[in-house]
Write a new protein. Structure first.
Length: 228
């Protein structure tokens, strides 16, 4: 798996040395001396045109890193935690990456992507600034299976909706799931019937909605404090 861009590559090199295969450098001085010395046997220098080709036109900023393929977590492990995020049919890797970054920073225990069969993990690693490498994450296509299994171990499911209860007035179960739908369609009909409570963000001005990653950040922050 190839990742590129200074911030995400430096994170991988600093925190995930065992997964690093090769470091490709197209800009002198891009690596701090300490990291350069550590990875010197694994560094390859290349011309910018080849770096651009490897990044498929993306902004590589002079560095690319080949790392081991992303290893997914599993539902059994997720069920041992207390705060899980479920993404219902989200496919935009930019939004998913932003959500992963926020979820990791704010203490979410794991993320389940459902309603889809696959994602570009390298893109999510980049758009999450490397947080994806540290966040338990698994794809489980059938969202009803996900919800039913989580309910069996006493998780309460909270769905994000413009028509839900304003989150400022909510108290949340200790074992809680925040379920986010796609920006275009929202939460799927299959999932809605299984949700315990719909929650929303109060708007102080007339406006339709927030970007899903921004809404996720607000909801996650509130749900980590307002626990019964």
């Amino acid at each position: 798996m190839i990742i590129y861009g200074k911030q995400v590559c430096l994170h991988a090199l600093s925190q995930h040395e065992s997964s690093v295969k090769t470091v490709y450098i197209a800009k002198k001085g891009i690596l701090p001396q300490k990291l350069y010395n550590r990875y010197k046997p694994r560094i390859k220098f290349l011309e910018n045109k080849w770096a651009q080709s490897m990044a498929k036109g993306g902004n590589h900023q002079g560095i690319l890193v080949e790392i081991e393929e992303f290893v997914q977590s599993d539902l059994a492990t997720m069920k041992e935690n207390s705060f899980i995020l479920v993404l219902d049919s989200l496919t935009d890797v930019g939004n998913i990456g932003a959500i992963v970054r926020t979820a990791y920073a704010l203490g979410v225990d794991g993320i389940i992507a459902s309603g889809i069969k696959q994602l570009n993990f390298a893109s999510i690693v980049r758009s999450s600034s490397g947080a994806m490498l540290d966040m338990p994450f698994v794809i489980i296509p059938n969202i009803l299976d996900v919800i039913n299994e989580l309910k069996q171990v006493e998780f309460k499911i909270y769905g994000a909706s413009m028509d839900g209860t304003v989150i400022n007035s909510c108290k949340f179960n200790g074992k809680r799931v925040l379920l986010l739908g796609s920006e275009g369609e929202g939460i799927s009909k299959r999932a809605k019937s299984k949700i315990d409570e719909m929650i929303s963000i109060e708007m102080h001005r007339e406006f339709d909605s927030l970007n899903v990653s921004v809404a996720a950040a607000i909801l996650i922050d509130r749900m980590r404090y307002e626990v019964k």
